[in-house]
Design a protein around this ligand. Structure first.
Ligand code: GAP
Length: 497
């Protein structure tokens, strides 16, 4: 039965995005994420824990949907990729073999008089705070920008110079007598074992990749995989980050979605190009246009890589890395082979050769992809109604397939049997996709709330529903409405996901 798109009670004469500057937009996104139950500061009642965040009801749902979209794209859609779920704790030698014990570090400085050790960023940020309190905000901002640039360039001499030039003092000795800047490891460690004397120090994994490498043979043999093949994993990683600002962009506890693709040595260039293209296609499939992304080749390569590129997104605070694609050579498997004394090789029946496979890695931060989705979806819109008055809304235009709530079911009134019909519809739809039932407030307020949560479809049950078994469906992005039959509603929504 065809139903025409209804004219809205207010006609959108000119729907336009409100002009907000990027920094304001970013602050607005952070506030929105908290106000609408997406992301909270961890342990907020105790004033929070720096760079650690909790996901609320709608944030955890959105995060789960992104995770699933990645997992399905990797495993279900590729015959030659399987998944694993390795433990966070690993044998400490893993991190010696991977190079993290020796190479995964950030700069620190000691005061020679008090012997107090500072993280370089803490010392400089403390000094910048003091400048801010004196009203010298421009100097403070410049100092932080200079520090970020020097940290990014690993310029430790420059950082020391910055500390000396600004005559930064130790809070204990009050002197400016500093050592050179030295490295500080980013891995968190803890004790394994119940009695202190017997306990041994282990690390919280700083990346999920090593859980894949140490399981290479287990997976290859049990899942009967033939090269080329991949192992995918999603899980928590922990880094004692030195520059941990910008909300969930850089966290100390975060989730990674990584895939190691094992290949024949010598084919790495071809597979590197393949995964660059494949990953970009995935990003576009998540509803983000290609022009919001760019590739950024690494000039300085990590100790394990012979080529590396970042997929960067244009965040409100600039172009930043979301995902890394790394040609990791045979570094990891060879190193684990050497440290463990166990062979990690593959017999390639096609060429009758035994070798340690090469690896192409794709590694994306789930929290970063979440932030990217929020930044892209968040819009403040304003328009003039037919009667000349202004109206506005905040809407999250999250792609329907990953939206936390797919369908809001709203009886127009709390009486006259409308809630009963709505609850019946709810019972049918909730087994198929995430639905939300709401009968409080005016219908206009309920629509606005659903816009703010990113719900792509709302249906309203009214008196006409009783007569012809139709409901009004309202589309989040255009705010247009049409009547559709209740019968076939599930299929109708599914076809839009
Ligand atoms: N196994 C390779 C690896 O871990 P990486 O470039 O250090 O490479 C990969 O990290 C991805 O993990 C990054 O592109 C980013 O999306 C995410 N990531 C890294 N550190 C993060 C942090 N502190 N907070 C949130 N996401 C982070």
């Amino acid at each position: 039965m065809p139903f025409a798109v209804a004219r809205l009670p207010f006609v959108l004469l000119s729907l336009r995005a409100m002009v907000v500057n990027d920094q304001n937009k970013f602050q607005a996104i952070i506030s929105h994420a908290k106000e609408y139950g997406f992301v909270f500061q961890s342990s907020e009642i105790y004033d929070g824990l720096s760079a650690v965040y909790d996901y609320g009801p709608w944030g955890s749902e959105l995060k789960k949907n992104i995770r699933e979209a990645w997992w399905n794209a990797m495993t279900r859609m590729h015959d030659n990729i399987v998944g694993i779920d390795a433990a966070i704790f690993m044998h400490p030698t893993t991190w010696k073999a991977s190079g993290h014990v020796d190479n995964f570090s950030d700069p620190m400085i000691d005061n020679k008089d008090s012997k107090k050790r500072y993280r370089v960023d803490h010392l400089i940020e403390g000094f910048a705070d003091a400048l801010n309190k004196e009203g010298k905000t421009t100097e403070a901002e410049k100092l932080i920008a200079d520090m970020d640039a020097l940290l990014a360039a690993n310029d430790y001499g420059g950082l020391k110079q910055l500390i000396d030039d600004n005559k930064m003092k130790c809070s204990v000795s009050g002197t400016c007598n500093w050592t050179d800047v030295r490295q500080f490891n980013l891995m968190f460690s803890t004790q394994l074992g119940s009695v202190a004397e017997d306990a041994s120090e282990i690390y919280l994994r700083p990346e999920t990749a090593q859980g894949i490498f140490v399981n290479f043979l287990n997976v290859q043999k049990t899942a009967r995989m033939k090269i080329p093949f991949g192992i995918a994993q999603v899980g928590k990683a922990f880094r004692n980050e030195i520059v941990a600002r910008q909300f969930i962009f850089r966290m100390r506890e975060f989730e990674q979605m990584e895939m190691q693709f094992f290949i024949r040595p010598g084919t790495q260039q071809e597979w590197y190009a393949y995964w660059k293209a494949e990953r970009m296609k995935w990003h576009e499939s998540m509803g983000i246009p290609a022009e919001s992304y760019r590739f950024h080749d690494h000039v300085k390569l990590a100790h394990y890589a012979d080529a590396a590129v970042d997929i960067e997104y244009s965040f409100p605070f600039g172009w930043k890395e979301v995902e890394g694609i790394h040609s990791r050579t045979d570094f990891d498997l060879k190193s684990h082979q050497q440290y463990s004394g166990k062979k990690l090789q593959y017999f390639d029946t096609e060429i009758n050769q035994n070798y340690v496979p090469y690896v192409i890695e794709t590694s994306i931060g789930l929290d970063r992809m979440f932030l990217l989705t929020m930044c892209h979806a968040y819009q403040e819109e304003k328009w003039t109604k037919e009667d000349g008055t202004e109206d506005s809304r905040v809407v999250l235009k999250i792609p329907a397939k990953i939206a936390p709530i797919k369908l809001a079911i709203l009886p127009l009134l709390k009486k006259e049997g409308l809630p009963d019909i709505a609850k019946e519809i709810m019972a049918t739809c909730r087994t198929e996709f995430y639905c939300f039932y709401e009968e409080k407030d005016t219908i206009g307020k309920r629509y606005r709330r659903m816009d703010a949560l990113g719900t792509p479809f709302c249906i309203t049950i009214d008196h006409q529903t009783k007569e012809d078994q139709t409901v009004t469906i309202r589309y989040r992005d255009t705010m247009t409405q049409e009547r559709i039959p209740v019968e076939g509603l599930v299929q109708f929504i599914k076809s839009k996901l």
